[in-house]
Design a protein around this ligand. Structure first.
Ligand code: SAH
Ligand code: SF4
Ligand code: F3S
Length: 485
């Protein structure tokens, strides 16, 4: 493990762009697959269809939009039903055991579809399949999977697909160890008014519990010109909510050798004219700067929303997690955000049951929640990840203890969320309307700039528009109210 980590650090280089020749080669493969698919269409009257299933974080969702973008250029139609597809792509996540189990069980279900349709090509990609033991698993136990590639190699889909469609053996391409950045891939965006823009890939932090640095490789930033061009194009096309993505956006630019950081990028993007809001995630507290918070506070478009994962309120646990900050530093940043933007929404990630977490450590986390008063948290029971330092630590916490702590954490957070949301009653908030809500199509839903869910009396014409909603009820997980026209 240590040797591997050291190698990763040595690999930091300044320019990580996939070469123009390589991208052009993939474009040629796109044309070649398209030709095959067009011939199929002429012969059968039916277009081949592509289905993508995405597990994991927004980064994976952004990658899937590129996989589907390439598939469409290759002549596939998008389908939401795997049974109809000639190309199934499963974009996996490795963050917790549950995510991996889900991916494998889904792939298991596709065996029957392949049995009925030998024409079907099954691709498995994403973070899970970079791990050697998973590559072995797929080779041995999932013989109907045709193609496997890691997240830094999604741009090779056309080449792999063409080769497999033309009689190549199964293709396994988990990890190129180069971790290049591919620009100019086609993209099929899922939503007409919310969009992702990756600003950087990978992570150098090696939190002791986390698999991401091993599967996503070292930090590499996209060139600011590429980010600004993609962002401006989205604003021009009418996107209203744009989220800048990276495992640790605060490291943006550090690998580039230029004196230009994430706060500079945010401030430059904010100058682009238009009616839109910018979000970003995720920030690591160890390098969340006052400069960044000042830029947010004085910006026109940056949402007053800070997602700042704390993970634990115990200094001892934070040290064992290799988070490189203590509670005092964390709360100092939190207080500075609230000082500059009293109305900011604050959200966080918390892990319970990290190896060696005592009752006292857990009480520190509860006390930290009471002090920080987050609007919402994403909480997780610690899940050992193969080959990470924490998985080898003594004193793994029993399942029942994790579950019990998890329940107590949620109960406390629910009380805090409820009382913060109550304070919204009578206030008017700006909401981006998503459309009819999933559970009750008579009620519309949307989100505030701070990311809170709001239910209201909308209609179809409001979808994708900013509305002013007068909040009548604040509840634990959502607000509800009426449109002020
Ligand atoms: N880069 C982001 C986090 C990405 S993963 C950051 O550092 O903030 C999202 C969240 O998953 C993490 O914040 C952490 O709370 C949780 N997580 C990561 N590894 C985990 C593990 N092994 N078990 C349980 N939760 C984990
Ligand atoms: Fe994982 Fe830590 Fe990197 Fe976040 S910062 S992706 S938790 S190693
Ligand atoms: Fe999962 Fe990979 Fe994201 S492990 S959380 S999909 S970076």
């Amino acid at each position: 493990m240590n040797g591997r980590k050291a190698n990763f650090y040595l690999m930091t280089v300044k320019d990580r762009a996939v070469s123009a020749e390589e991208i052009n080669k993939q474009k040629e493969f796109i044309e070649r697959v398209r030709k095959v698919n067009d011939e199929h269409f002429l012969a059968s009257g039916k277009r081949r269809r592509a289905f993508v299933l995405t597990l994991g974080c927004q980064q994976n969702e952004a990658d899937s939009e590129r996989l589907m973008g390439m598939a469409i250029e290759m002549g596939y139609e998008k389908t939401e039903t795997p049974e109809d597809a000639s190309l199934i792509m499963v974009n996996t996540c490795a963050i917790r055991e549950h995510a991996e189990k889900r991916a494998l069980s889904l792939v298991g279900q596709y065996k029957h579809i392949k049995a009925k349709n030998p024409d079907l090509v099954i691709v498995i990609c994403g973070c899970m399949v970079v791990q050697e033991h998973r590559v072995r698993d797929i080779k041995m136990r999932y013989p109907y999977v045709d193609i496997l590639f890691g997240p830094s190699l999604i741009y090779k889909l056309p080449e792999h697909l063409f080769k497999r469609m033309n009689g190549s053996n199964r293709i396994f391409d988990p990890d190129d160890k180069e971790y290049a950045v591919a620009e100019g891939l086609p993209v099929c965006r899922e939503n007409k008014f919310r969009a992702w823009v990756s600003v950087m890939y990978g992570c150098n932090n090696f939190c002791s519990y986390c698999i991401v640095p091993y599967v996503r490789g070292r930090e590499r930033s996209r060139k600011k010109e590429d980010v600004i061009a993609e962002f401006s194009e989205l604003v021009r096309a009418g996107y209203k909510d744009i989220t800048l993505l990276g495992q640790n956006v605060n490291s943006y630019g550090k690998d580039s050798g230029f004196d230009y950081d994430f706060a500079d990028l945010l401030s430059e993007l904010d100058k682009i004219e238009g009616d839109y809001v910018i979000h970003f995630m995720t920030s690591h507290p160890k390098d969340a700067t006052r400069k960044l918070i000042d830029v947010m506070a004085s910006s026109k478009h940056v949402a007053r929303h800070f997602h700042l994962p704390m993970q634990s309120g115990s200094d001892r646990v934070l040290k064992a997690m290799n988070r490189k900050y203590d509670f005092e530093k964390y709360i100092g940043i939190r207080d500075y955000i609230k000082e500059k933007m009293p109305d900011a929404t604050l959200t966080s990630d918390i892990i319970v049951g990290f190896p060696g977490e005592t009752d006292e450590d857990f009480e520190d986390t509860l006390a930290a929640l009471r002090r920080a008063r987050f609007d919402m948290i994403f909480s997780f029971q610690y899940s050992p990840r193969e080959n990470t330092p924490a998985a080898a630590m003594d004193c793994q916490i029993p399942k029942e203890v994790k579950a019990e702590r998890f329940e107590r954490l949620l109960a406390l957070q629910n009380d805090i969320s409820y009382s913060l949301n109550k304070e919204f009653e009578g206030r008017v908030v700006r909401v981006l309307c998503d459309g009819p809500s999933k559970n009750n199509p008579d009620v519309f839903s949307g989100r505030t700039d701070g990311g809170k869910i709001v239910f209201f009396d909308g209609d179809e014409r409001d979808i994708g528009k900013f509305l002013n909603i007068k909040i009548e009820t604040g509840d634990t997980f959502a607000l509800s109210g009426k449109i002020e026209r």
